[in-house]
Design a protein around this ligand. Sequence first.
Ligand SMILES: CC(C)(COP(=O)(O)OP(=O)(O)OC[C@H]1O[C@@H](n2cnc3c(N)ncnc32)[C@H](O)[C@@H]1OP(=O)(O)O)[C@@H](O)C(=O)NCCC(=O)NCCS
Length: 165
Amino acid sequence: MASVPKLEIERLRDHEEARICARFMADSEPWLTLARSYEVSLGLITDPTREVYVARKEGRPVGFVILVVTGAFVGYVQSIAVDPEWRGRGIGTRILAFAEERILQMSPNVFVCVSSFNPDALRLYRRLGYEIVGELPDYIVRGHSEILMRKTTGPLAEFGEGDDA
Ligand SMILES: CC(C)(COP(=O)(O)OP(=O)(O)OC[C@H]1O[C@@H](n2cnc3c(N)ncnc32)[C@H](O)[C@@H]1OP(=O)(O)O)[C@@H](O)C(=O)NCCC(=O)NCCS
């Protein structure tokens, strides 16, 4: 694998970045099969209830992640994508490590869903310590499952124990 480029990872800055990131998503699998249009992708990236972080190389977006940080499913990595030209060079791994660090401030569980037809992403998550905890058949489109994976540091009841000791 080529060397990992120098990156900064920060909150989404503006609508122009959102448009670039929406393109990474809408033009590529698994979202082509999941029929997620550019407009829907843009809506997810600009959803004010989400935290969106962008990885930039020399100021230009090369990847992003959308995190669910409120509600019943805190700690869910809703979407992650890297610029097709930059895939396979460690950027996704770096973005995920960043996302995990953010989520573990709030919860001991990091969740992600991977489409049943996306074995490359499944292998990446497994290598990073995620385990399959369930399967949602016909969840987004008929004929394909979403596979729910979790990486955990322990039970909820033990989370934060000793913080104020
Ligand atoms: C999945 C993704 C975010 C990983 O980011 P990345 O920078 O390519 O990944 P890294 O370089 O850190 O790690 C490489 C691993 O990712 C896997 N990978 C998954 N999808 C890939 C893709 N479309 N292109 C290249 N590598 C991909 C590779 O197989 C590799 O694992 P391996 O070494 O076991 O073969 C990125 O490839 C991507 O945007 N893919 C398309 C969208 C997607 O599948 N998102 C995940 C939805 S759950």
